[in-house]
Write a protein that binds this ligand. Sequence first.
Ligand code: SF4
Length: 304
Amino acid sequence: MITQYKLTSAKTILNKSGQDDDDIFAGTINPYTGCEHGCVYCYVQAERYQPYKNKADFFRTIAIKQNAVSLLNEILQKGLPYGMACIGSSSDPYQPAEEKHKITRSLLETINKYGYPVHIFTKSSLVLRDLDILKEISKKSGAAVSFSIITLDPRTHVIFEPGSISPQERLKAMKELSKNGITCGLSLMPVLPYITDDEKQLEALIKAAGEHGAQYVWSGCLTLRDKQHEKYRSVLLKDFPGLVSRYAALYKGRHSPAPAYAHRVHETIFKLANKYSINYGLEFVKKSGKWGKGLTPIQKEFEF
Ligand code: SF4
């Protein structure tokens, strides 16, 4: 399948997170629309999040937001409200297009220029290219990189994350960043029921993340909405046929698994994080008092 790249002009670049005033993220930034990593479980395939008419396009049509930096400049000139910028919420900011277009790098330079903290989600080791700028941001205001890893199992990785590097390579990148003083964490999302959720697997992953410098973990269970559900189910039918009826029971009438199940998974992860002295979530950076502007409540008048 050939990937198409197109240059676009975005209307906005910072989407307000907006859950509550205490949200650690001021807003999310996605330098690209579409994501070549092509994860089977990707939540963006659901109709409510889909940027394209045909959901298949999300993985093979990559829109490059060429005006991202000028839009961010305009915003940061006015000042961010409470919280930090989160790069990469609905597409990987270090997917292959970034090697050539360097939009993420330019955004980091802009964030550094204004002295704000930053958080990045990625599955790619290309983030190491930007170690120089991340080090500067880290010293000045704080930088965190969450590596998205759901399993250490090679078969599960190949089936569900066909376009991304192995979990072991991501851990190596985490170690390198961490060694250089960047705050790193494990984004254990989504936990796949009956595939990646047993305690032994979760423990191996959390332990390995800790050994590679993860200071925090956060987690979320798999959601299954409309088109995303269709894709995921087709893979279950092919590779895990015995699980189809178990999923039907677990998600009966819901897009999330039964609350008792989700509670059990989160309790287990919370317990394991504790065992390996890893924080749950990023709240600890606020408490540390070491992170710069944006993580102290400046409460400026601000409009997106
Ligand atoms: S890396 Fe994230 S955004 Fe990209 S396909 Fe995978 S889940 Fe979706």
